[in-house]
Design a protein around this ligand. Structure first.
Ligand code: IPE
Ligand code: IPE
Ligand code: MG
Length: 248
């Protein structure tokens, strides 16, 4: 069957989509598989969702792959997740590059093995001129950690308190220069933010689905974007329709 187009007016397509890729473990357990099999399946799915993002015209995609809290998992799982990141770079980089994907990292690299850090930095460097899709990989990322670092940097730079503005704080975040996420998708049904983009998500729309991440396919992604397109983003104001009515 040929692919259906997204069928949304361009201005209704979110520019920046962020995804909390949750539920790999439960996906695996429900099939009697080890948790790591769930992470592998989740990675396979990621490749599909990256391609769909390019096709749907999303410009920025931020994916939550490993949080600052995920270090608290059993060492075998943490190790497995590190290896998956390494494998993904090895196997997917050439293809992503060909498709015009620019890879970026948000979070702290310091705690990763030096060889892995180098691999990440090389991948970022190799794709830096691509601009079809900016893919921010949140790995060893924590929203509070990001804010703490931003404050530390501002203080080190000697920024005077009265000079601190909303825009300046944004410029001190890992996501400096990237528009805030329009839509945040969380799979597997949990109703929490889990320390993801807590500054940037101030006015993001949410799409939360019970689907486990490995099963979140292109069709549901399309549906999420269509649901987003129906939302009325008011930013604390009143809707255009109501405003126009009361004006006229
Ligand atoms: C998300 O899946 C992936 C990571 C956090 C690395 P989980 O591993 O959290 O899966 P559940 O929530 O236990 O099912
Ligand atoms: C959030 O999922 C982190 C990632 C998807 C990488 P978690 O599974 O770690 O979040 P909690 O523990 O359910 O809040
Ligand atoms: Mg989880």
């Amino acid at each position: 069957m040929p692919d259906q187009p997204l069928d949304l007016p361009l201005e209704k397509t979110p520019r920046h989509v962020a995804i909390i890729m949750d539920g790999n473990g439960r996906w695996a357990i429900s099939r009697g598989l080890p948790r790591l099999a769930g992470h592998k399946a989740g990675t396979e799915n990621l490749r599909r969702i990256i391609r769909a993002s390019v096709e749907f015209g999303v410009k920025y995609l931020t994916i939550y792959a490993f949080s600052t809290e995920n270090w608290g998992r059993p060492p075998e799982e943490v190790d497995g997740l590190m290896h998956i990141l390494e494998d993904v770079i090895d196997r997917e980089l050439a293809e992503l590059d060909k498709e015009g994907v620019q890879l970026r990292h948000i979070g702290r690299l310091e705690r990763l093995a030096p060889t892995l850090q180098e691999k990440v930095l090389d991948a970022i460097d190799a794709t830096r001129n691509n601009n079809r899709l900016i893919l921010n990989v949140a790995f060893n990322y924590g929203g509070r950690d990001e804010i703490v670092q931003a404050i530390q940097h501002m203080m080190k730079d000697g920024v005077q308190p009265e000079k601190v503005t909303d825009e300046m704080v944004s410029q001190y975040m890992y996501t400096a220069g990237v528009p805030d996420p329009d839509l945040i998708i969380r799979t597997s049904g949990e109703l929490r933010v889990s320390n993801f983009l807590i500054w940037q998500a101030a006015y993001s729309e949410w799409y939360i689905t019970p689907t486990f991440w490995p099963d979140f396919n292109k069709e549901e992604y399309r549906h999420a974007l269509q649901v987003y397109a129906q939302r009325n983003r008011r930013y604390g104001g009143i809707s255009n329709v109501v405003a126009n009515k009361s004006n006229g």
